[in-house]
Ligand binder design. Structure first.
Ligand code: ADP
Ligand code: MG
Length: 392
């Protein structure tokens, strides 16, 4: 039996499992609303741990660490879907936890996630679960060419490989050491988009405007949110689908649902993230309520209001590659002379810099993002182009 959910007002302490950038931005949102915060993360220099009132340095499954978190917090959320679901279940014995272990457990496993989409009647890519030699042998040829994805622990394009035929599929599964995988048919994508919904414990739901996402090498590079960037009819369907997925999980918290828009106009769901999402970062500067404030509100049982976007927005992800010099030489520190030209970028009107306080830049590592707002779409696009040129 989980703890009951009373409204938790400012002055109380909100906790988060995981100390990455999403936890850091949650902590900032909670603190600006007058909450105290606690972060559980083993890393001494975790981005969220360094800005939180309490930082419990423990592994996610360490019973002592979990007891300490529970002792200081009035409610607990998560920022990272690979936080073990049993840790959330353990915390829920003494404190309200949102989202709950069951929802996070489904989002952690591509096979369960896809089964949930099917249950909700939301179309996803045709797929097969590969968990035995028999299942591999039974893969229907119409799923090829496809993408083989490990059922668990994949992110940013890691843990997946494109396979053309039965032989490369078998080799790829062996390369993944025969862990449970999902094979998905390769779909002809026209665009990728995502919808962020927030659902309160009373079942009330609000959403952010759908985001159009551009990936580079499997990592989100750019998110654009403005009228005309996505077809309206499909986006209305995406919002309805995202809400039915949240409803079906009896979800409490912020949920991101990623979709593919296919070349024939069909919309299919790709995956869910049980937390705020990189594609929702534009809401920090372009909406009157950010995805992190929605996370605070859902966790604390505060009223949910529909966020209003007051500016067209483009978000550029800032990856560690930006810190390396032209010869690919690794900088000694993130403050090295090869660091990006922040002053020039910030001289452009409507640029909002968010850096996550990571001490070391690595290629592909998410170091921060730049939100760009402006009076018109043309202005925002022009600024984004100038900023990208400055960033190289
Ligand atoms: P991750 O957890 O790494 O974000 P995704 O399942 O979202 O994994 O896949 C990463 C990217 O790979 C997607 O954003 C998309 O560009 C591409 N992709 C994934 N699945 C398919 C598919 N079935 N057909 C075509 N492209 C795909
Ligand atoms: Mg994805």
């Amino acid at each position: 039996m989980s703890a009951s959910f009373d409204r938790i007002l400012p002055g109380a302490t909100l906790g988060v499992m995981g100390g990455g950038q999403l936890g850091r931005m949650f902590v900032h949102a909670a603190q600006s609303m007058g909450y105290f915060t606690a972060v559980l993360d083993p890393d001494v220099s975790s981005p969220a741990g360094r800005v939180s009132h309490h930082h419990i340095r423990a592994d996610y499954l360490d019973p002592q660490g979990l007891a300490q978190l529970s002792a200081v917090c009035d409610a607990i959320t998560t920022e990272f879907e690979n936080v073990p679901a049993p840790a959330l279940a353990a915390l829920a014995k003494s404190r309200p936890v949102a989202p709950d272990a069951a929802a996070v457990g489904i989002a952690q496993d591509r096979a369960q996630e896809k089964a949930h989409f099917v249950r909700c009647g939301v179309p996803c890519a045709p797929y097969a679960v590969i968990d035995s030699a028999e299942a591999l042998a039974a893969v229907p040829t119409e799923l090829l060419p496809g993408i083989l994805k490990t059922a668990r622990m994949g992110y940013d394009g890691k843990g997946q490989v494109r396979v053309a035929d039965a032989a490369t599929l078998a080799a790829a599964w062996a390369q993944f050491k025969h862990v449970t995988c999902v094979l998905e048919k390769m779909l002809p994508l026209a665009a990728e988009c995502s919808v962020i919904v927030a659902r309160g414990r009373d079942g009330a739901m609000v959403h952010l405007p759908p985001q159009r996402n551009l990936h580079r090498e499997g990592i989100l590079a750019v998110t654009e949110v403005y009228e005309g960037n996505l077809p309206l009819a499909q986006m209305a369907s995406a919002v309805t689908a995202a809400k039915s997925i949240a409803e079906g999980l009896a979800y409490v918290g912020v949920l991101c649902v990623e979709f593919f828009l296919l070349q024939d106009g069909a919309l299919v769901v790709n995956e869910i993230a049980p937390r705020p999402h990189n594609s929702g970062h534009y809401s920090m500067d372009a909406c009157d309520v950010s995805q992190f404030e929605l996370q605070v509100r859902t966790l604390a049982g505060l009223p949910l209001v529909t966020p209003r976007q007051h500016s067209p927005a483009i978000m550029l992800n800032l990856l560690g590659d930006l810190w390396f010099d032209a010869n690919g030489v690794r900088p000694a520190a993130v403050t090295a002379p090869t660091a990006p030209p922040w002053a020039e970028v910030l001289a452009l009107p409507g640029t909002h810099l968010h850096l996550y306080g990571k001490l070391e830049a690595k290629p592909g590592r998410k170091m921060g993002h730049l939100n760009i707002t402006g009076a018109t779409v043309e202005e925002v696009r022009a600024t984004a182009l100038q900023a990208s040129q400055l960033l190289g």
